[in-house]
Design a binder for this molecule. Structure first.
Ligand code: ATP
Ligand code: MG
Length: 249
């Protein structure tokens, strides 16, 4: 087993409840209602990947990771990837947004088959020599939710989603990648925590994602992130902000 490393979210508080940041060799799920900041966190992660001081790793593994330019794959199922937002976040950190965009492969998936195929193709990119260390799926669940409606399709949906999660977990494991996914929930947080079926994917995602974070809006630009059901970290909450600069404390 390779040594895990971590990618900062941009918020110290949020990094702290994750024991340092987004962990490699794991899938981390961000769930929350519309506007809770899931897509913003995904964008910030792509920017942070190009910031050496936002990569938290032991010296030996850091050298190995940084051997070649770091690259991300962003599977966008909702058409919400915004290059301008990447530029804005990069500028706030004093790095060149063009470098971030050059090192981020954006794949627009219009349906779940495309989404699954893109995830499966990432391994080919790595074998071609691309140093892919971050994989984003935004959103993990929307295509499945749209295509497999009704009780009769539930089993098939869960089975496909399970296969997709297995692909992502394998990538994370084999290539020491950080994998982050989003999951929109319609319900209020209390309903969400009361029933695992409230979040589409239910226990399939629950068991396949190592870290699960629920985001909710607070006052103004503030957001609350709650880590829950982690195998080795305590449930905990963090407060962060979303401003023109991006994600920060
Ligand atoms: P959905 O479930 O609809 O996809 P989401 O959780 O992905 O929602 P985001 O798109 O990440 O939500 O968050 C949108 C919010 O982020 C906006 O309402 C705004 O508060 C904030 N935001 C987005 N862009 C900026 C910006 N350039 N400057 C400041 N705040 C911004
Ligand atoms: Mg979004």
């Amino acid at each position: 087993r390779k040594t895990v490393w971590k990618l900062s979210t941009g918020s110290k508080e949020l990094d702290n409840i994750l024991d340092g940041g987004l962990e490699s060799q794991s899938v981390t799920e961000f769930a929350g209602m519309f506007g809770s900041g899931k897509t913003q966190i995904m964008h910030q992660a792509c920017v942070n990947l190009q910031c050496e001081d936002r990569i938290i790793a032991d010296d030996s593994i850091k050298d190995e990771i940084l051997e070649k330019p770091l690259k991300a794959v962003y599977i966008d199922t909702e058409g919400t990837f915004r290059p301008e937002r990447i530029m804005q976040m990069a500028e706030a950190l004093g790095i060149d947004g063009k470098d971030v965009l050059d090192n981020t492969f954006v794949a627009r998936a219009y349906n779940s088959d495309m989404q699954m195929l893109f995830a499966e193709k990432i391994e080919d990119l790595i074998k071609e020599g691309h140093n892919i260390k971050l994989v984003v799926v935004d959103s993990l669940t929307s295509t499945f939710r749209n295509e497999y409606t009704g009780r009769g399709k539930l089993a098939e949906r869960q089975q496909k989603l399970g296969r997709h999660m297995a692909t992502l977990n394998k990538l994370a494991d084999l290539y020491n990648c950080v994998v982050i996914v989003t999951n929109q929930v319609a319900a209020r947080p209390d309903a969400f925590f009361g029933s695992s079926e409230q979040a589409i994917g239910g226990h399939i995602v629950g068991h396949a994602a190592t870290f699960r974070i629920f985001l909710r809006k607070a006052k103004g630009d503030k957001r609350v992130a709650k880590l829950y059901d982690s195998p080795h970290l305590p449930d905990a909450e963090a407060m962060f902000r979303i401003t023109e600069k991006g994600i920060h404390d």
